[in-house]
Design a protein around this ligand. Structure first.
Ligand SMILES: *[C@@H]1O[C@H](CO)[C@@H](O)[C@H](O)[C@H]1NC(C)=O
Ligand SMILES: *[C@@H]1O[C@H](CO)[C@@H](O)[C@H](O)[C@H]1NC(C)=O
Ligand SMILES: *[C@@H]1O[C@H](CO)[C@@H](O)[C@H](O)[C@H]1NC(C)=O
Ligand SMILES: *[C@@H]1O[C@H](CO)[C@@H](O)[C@H](O)[C@H]1NC(C)=O
Length: 373
């Protein structure tokens, strides 16, 4: 009976070992699951490239359980509109963030604060109208920034101050009318700038940016690439690239500044063009222009003010002259009439004197005295 007993003992030992092995495998499996980053619901996660793809899911909020180690987070083609400032908190490993084709309108100033390793930020095709100047101050490694197809009407000064590594920037299809050169000066590494499809106003406000663009295009190290900056206003420059507009056409700007410091200016007019012929001066003498204008009417914006002033002066002078003339004519006419009447009276008096007595003569003397007085 020994053999069967030892057999059963062996069987229980085997079962024990099996149980141990299964426990171990189970534990290993659990550990493996825990080691893998959890993937947010219905997103696709690539554990090798650390990419989390949550695009096209109709999301209205950023999934709260995005693994902290994520390097790429794709949230394009969703319905994100207002994001809380902690939407991307703790994602300091994130390098690429794509928020294109959403309905974002305002971004809290600290929303990207933790994204210190961000190199690419896509905000294309949203409804962003304003940006906080500190929005990108914590992502010094940013190399690509796409803000195209939004509603930006201006960029806050200092927006790009913390972005010395930025290589490409797109501002296409916004509502920008002018740009400040100082905003772009910190972008020392910029190579590609897209500014097309904006309602550019090619006037004095854009002159300094034109300078910057010229410097950017011909920069010594690597010539920067820039798409079209086609003017929308003024009418004379519509469709023309700002870089092709000769700098001389903006000479009036400095005169404008001089004029501005002395006297207030009213609404700014369009700059001059070669297309528009120089209007003939209505009153050359009344124009207080120091130098003769060149081929381009450089002071078109300056001229209407002085013309208006000159016309005013002429009208006032004319009115004063007219009044004085009328008074003189009236006085002369009165004098003539009086003189002729007096002469006639004297003649009649001389004729009658022998007939009339002295009293009449006395009376005549009194009359003369009163008239002199
Ligand atoms: C970020 O990390 C800190 C500390 O690790 C933690 O207290 C905080 O809850 C985290 N925030 C989010 C939104 O995960
Ligand atoms: C961010 O980048 C720096 C330098 O490249 C690196 O040392 C650091 O570990 C990165 N941070 C994270 C959280 O990956
Ligand atoms: C912009 O996004 C909207 C909705 O997200 C989409 O319908 C539209 O086609 C997008 N436009 C472009 C030019 O990508
Ligand atoms: C001209 O004056 C206006 C206000 O009177 C001011 O806003 C503007 O910046 C001035 N422009 C220049 C070029 O000095």
């Amino acid at each position: 009976m020994l053999a069967p007993g030892s057999g059963s003992e062996q069987r229980t030992r085997l079962a024990l070992r099996w149980r141990q092995v299964s426990w171990i495998t189970c534990w290993i499996a659990l550990c493996a699951v825990e080691a893998l980053p959890t993937c947010p619901f219905s997103c696709k996660c690539d554990t090798r490239s650390l990419e989390v793809d949550c695009s096209g899911l109709g999301l209205t909020v950023v999934p709260p359980d995005v693994p902290a180690a994520t390097r790429t987070l794709l949230l394009l083609n969703n319905k994100l509109s207002a994001l809380p400032s902690w939407a991307f908190a703790n994602l300091s490993s994130l390098q690429r963030l794509d928020l294109s084709n959403n309905f974002l309108d305002q971004l809290p100033r600290s929303i990207f604060e933790d994204l210190t390793n961000l190199t690419e930020l896509q905000l294309r095709n949203n409804s962003i109208r304003t940006l906080d100047r500190d929005l990108l101050q914590h992502s010094p490694l940013l190399r690509h920034l796409d803000l195209s197809i939004n509603g930006l009407a201006q960029l806050p000064p200092g927006l790009f101050d913390g972005l010395p590594a930025l290589r490409s920037l797109s501002l296409r299809s916004n509502r920008l009318q002018n740009l400040d050169r100082l905003t772009f000066e910190p972008l020392a590494s910029l190579q590609l700038l897209q500014v097309g499809d904006n309602p550019w106003e090619c006037d004095c406000n854009l002159r300094d940016f034109k300078h910057w663009m010229e410097w950017f295009s011909y920069r010594a190290n690597a010539g920067g690439r820039l798409d079209q900056l086609a003017c929308t206003l003024p009418k004379e420059l519509r469709g023309k690239d700002m870089r092709m507009v000769p700098m001389e056409m903006f000479n009036y700007c400095s005169q404008l500044e001089g004029e501005n410091s002395s006297a207030g200016l009213d609404s700014p007019g369009p700059p001059c063009t070669k297309a528009s012929p120089e209007p003939a001066k209505p009153k050359p003498g009344a124009e207080p222009e120091p130098e003769s204008s060149t081929a381009c009417p450089q002071k078109q914006r300056y001229r209407p003010v002085s013309v208006r002033r000159a016309i005013g002066t002429v009208i006032i002078a004319g009115v004063v002259c007219g009044i004085v003339c009328i008074m003189m004519v009236v006085a002369a006419a009165y004098g003539c009439i009086y003189a002729s009447l007096m002469a006639k009276y004297h003649r009649e008096l001389k004729k009658r004197q022998p007939l009339m007595g002295d009293p009449e003569g006395e009376h005549e003397d009194q009359k003369q005295i009163s008239s002199v007085a």
